[in-house]
Design a protein around this ligand. Structure first.
Ligand code: ADP
Length: 422
């Protein structure tokens, strides 16, 4: 297995002459005749008529199904896409909150895209993620895939858990197998505190988190996959550091304090100590920082953040590799065209005091809520870059048949790093 880190091909940028006629359009293909839509995050606030004309010219359509995303809708509408009914088949892009049934995937045409791969739950369900990584540990060496805390699926693995616990007593963290936002999560210090009649995960608690000003935090990274065969992964350059609201103290007496041990925004926003920041330009204030502000802080503290980010990229690639076989196989079975699916995952990473990153989970449909101005600043750029990368196919209408319509191709934006597994 060879892992290569490549920088992006910026060729689309050098062919921007024609794009001066139409804003947000670059031209690709051998004779530079294929229009490629470049999304710009500013459109979300500026509502520029010229930008809107692009989607209108190509009659681009989208639908949003079983989810609500003001950000996605706002960006698409402001680029001139029109929204069609969730039951309509006349769409270029379908943004859905859940997986598509196989028969719906099979009916996709080559210019249509959906924001999920089949069987992504192999990554995004906590129990499946752990099992897939455990399989990689067994086949490729434990140390090479030591990227997640040791975990047991209960009740099936209760015996194994008990024997691990008796060897090394310490706190463990209990999680429902398929939940999110900190729901149902709590710490235990003894197996007797664990219910035996529920399907749960029990993970070794990382009791030495890296602290900033005494607070525990984790990092949300945005990872885009445009293909599983070959595996093409993009990591967005910016992310979010989410802080707990109570200073960290690992004395057992505090074990029940969620505001100290859990870093979820949905948990900590309920705390009266939660501090939000109203200025998008201030990225290192309150309980949510930009990832780059967090990295700057660590650099000033003398930490090797280049090494840290390298390890985080490594962890992301390895997690995706562990699920690759399942998802690539499902794509072969259900997905009719190579470019039909893409997916944005939210990777949650905890860094320990030795600067080792641990993968906590991979989120399906990471939150695109913009409660704070910093959220909008980061997420609007990230979603715009994602749509630019994914590329758009014009929707055929009227006399223009699909074969005569130019097809959009994938392009790469500057702010994504490009990680390729070859
Ligand atoms: P959810 O999907 O509900 O957000 P997570 O696995 O992300 O579940 O866990 C929620 C929070 O609990 C994390 O953001 C982190 O702060 C804390 N946490 C989870 N697992 C561990 C662990 N093994 N060690 C230390 N803290 C953890």
């Amino acid at each position: 297995m060879r892992l290569v880190l490549l920088r992006q091909d910026l060729s689309a940028k050098t062919h921007s002459v024609k794009s001066q006629k139409l804003p947000c359009v670059a031209w690709s293909g051998v004779s530079k005749r294929i229009p490629v839509l470049l999304f710009c995050a500013e459109a979300i606030v500026s509502k520029d008529v010229a930008i809107r004309s692009v989607g209108e010219k190509y009659n681009l359509a989208f639908k949003i199904v079983r989810t609500e995303s003001r950000l996605v809708r706002g960006i698409l509408v402001n680029h001139g896409f029109h929204e069609v009914h969730p039951n309509s088949n006349d769409f270029n892009l379908m943004w859905t909150g859940s997986h598509l049934k196989p028969y719906l995937l099979r009916s996709l045409q080559d210019f249509q895209k959906v924001n999920h791969f089949p069987r992504s739950f192999e990554l995004t369900r906590k129990d499946r993620l752990y099992k897939n990584i455990q399989r990689m540990q067994q086949t490729h060496g434990f140390q090479n895939f030591h990227i997640v805390p040791q975990t047991f699926v209960l009740p099936a693995e209760y015996q194994e858990f008990s024997s691990s616990f008796s060897k090394d007593k310490g706190a463990w963290i209990i999680k429902p197998v398929a939940s999110s936002r900190g729901r149902g999560i709590y710490l235990v210090s003894s197996p007797s505190q664990i219910p035996l009649d529920e399907n749960i995960l029990v993970s070794r608690y990382i009791s030495n988190p890296l602290l900033i000003d005494g607070f525990k935090f984790d990092v949300r990274l945005y990872v885009l996959v445009t293909s599983y065969d070959p595996l093409l992964i993009y990591l967005y350059e910016e992310g979010l550091a989410r802080f707990a609201t109570v200073k960290y103290d690992h004395a057992t007496a505090n074990i029940k304090n969620q505001f100290m041990h859990l870093t979820n925004y949905s948990v900590n926003k309920k705390s009266s100590d939660y501090v939000s920041c109203d200025d998008p330009e201030v990225e290192d204030y309150g309980n949510k920082w930009s990832m780059s502000a967090m990295l700057r802080y660590l650099r000033q503290e003398g930490k090797d953040t280049t090494l840290l980010m390298g390890q985080i990229e490594d962890l992301i690639v390895k997690a995706l590799l562990s699920a690759e076989i399942h998802i690539a196989t499902a794509c072969k079975m259900f997905v009719p065209h190579r470019c039909n699916c893409f997916e944005l995952y939210g990777f949650d990473v905890l860094i320990d005091s030795n600067l080792k990153p641990w993968l906590l989970e991979v989120n399906l449909s990471p939150s695109l809520a913009c409660d704070a101005p910093l959220d909008l600043k980061i997420k609007a750029s990230m979603i715009s870059d994602m749509f630019s990368l994914v590329g758009k196919f014009p929707f055929p209408t009227g006399s223009e048949s699909q074969s005569t319509m130019p097809k959009m191709k994938r392009i790469v934006q500057i702010s994504f790093d490009y990680i390729l597994k070859a």
